[in-house]
Design a protein around this ligand. Structure first.
Ligand SMILES: C[C@@]1(CC(=O)O)c2cc3[nH]c(cc4nc(cc5[nH]c(cc(n2)[C@H]1CCC(=O)O)[C@@](C)(CC(=O)O)[C@@H]5CCC(=O)O)C(CC(=O)O)=C4CCC(=O)O)c(CCC(=O)O)c3CC(=O)O
Ligand SMILES: NC(=O)C1=CN([C@@H]2O[C@H](COP(=O)(O)OP(=O)(O)OC[C@H]3O[C@@H](n4cnc5c(N)ncnc54)[C@H](O)[C@@H]3O)[C@@H](O)[C@H]2O)C=CC1
Length: 213
């Protein structure tokens, strides 16, 4: 079955992770970024999950899985080391709830791709079950190109875009300016500051019509 990439916001949505080991900890980490309400169901939890639990980032129910544990969930991640339990978790999910089975990609509605994040820049890589190892390798290769400089650069692009949207420049002029900003010269902090300064002036004016950069 074909899968499509989506950026999902899970703020205050209930996500249940069944299992408390290495893979569950990776998913807890990802889910914490999404501000979901995370519940971990597992008789044991590893150190990383324990730290998140002690810091109040998740609810831990110290027990083996039962179908009633996931009735309110919008996303369930079955990450125990028992394939039969993982299968049972997925089959117990309520209608409309998305499931991920860590031991069976085919049974999963959602996959966790390799993910490179530099601030607002987010690049996901999936090989659609061919080779998670290749996905990880491609991520490493991309990391050398889209390095930490992109955190500041993409934030600069975001701020510039907000300023241009507030300006009275027409859509065509805005588009021209936005295209001009996507250039390696703006990886330089000084260039970013200069451009932001002019954009702030333009955004502040009521009848701006001249170019920005
Ligand atoms: C569907 C998916 C997601 C999901 O839904 O869980 C999935 C599923 C499964 N992975 C399995 C095995 C391994 N996964 C890894 C590693 C990673 N797996 C990741 C993603 C994905 N793995 C999604 C598909 C991505 C794609 O298709 O490209 C990465 C990229 C990201 C991440 O996990 O966050 C992360 C590397 C991140 C990094 O290092 O940066 C390794 C290597 C290792 O651990 O070093 C192995 C052992 C070698 C091997 O098997 O290839 C198994 C069999 C389990 C079993 O049999 O026990 C299943 C289940 C199945 O295949 O059915
Ligand atoms: N998707 C992926 O990228 C990968 C998936 N896997 C799969 O992920 C699964 C988990 O692997 P690990 O985290 O390494 O295992 P682990 O052994 O570190 O942790 C397993 C956890 O499951 C809990 N558990 C066992 N039975 C349970 C039950 N009935 N109810 C609730 N919790 C229960 C245990 O207490 C333990 O906390 C395995 O099935 C493995 O095949 C493994 C590697 C990569």
């Amino acid at each position: 079955m074909a899968r499509i990439p989506l950026m999902v916001e899970l703020n205050e949505k209930q996500v249940v992770i069944v299992g408390g080991g290495i893979i569950a900890a990776k998913r807890v980490n990802t889910m914490m970024e999404s501000c979901a309400q995370i519940t971990v169901i597992s008789p044991t939890i590893n150190q990383a999950i324990r730290r998140a639990w002690e810091a109040g980032f998740l609810i831990w129910r110290q027990k083996t899985f039962e179908a009633t544990d996931i009735q309110q969930a919008v996303l369930v991640i079955a990450a125990t080391n028992n394939q039969l339990v993982n299968q049972f978790v997925c089959r117990s999910a309520p209608a409309g709830c998305l499931v991920n089975n860590a031991s069976d990609a085919v049974e999963s509605h959602v996959h966790f791709p390799a993910h490179l994040k530099q601030g607002r820049l987010s690049i996901s890589i999936s090989t659609n079950e061919a080779s998670p190892t290749l996905a990880a390798k491609i991520k490493q290769e991309l990391e050398a190109v889209y390095n930490k400089d992109y955190i500041g650069y993409v934030e600069f692009l975001y701020q510039s875009r907000q300023l241009l949207k507030q300006s009275t420049l027409d859509k065509q002029q805005q588009k021209k300016q936005l295209q001009a900003l996507v250039s390696d010269e703006f990886l330089c902090k000084d260039k970013q500051l200069q451009a932001l300064q002019s954009l702030k002036q333009i955004a502040g004016r009521m009848n701006a019509s001249e170019g920005v950069i």
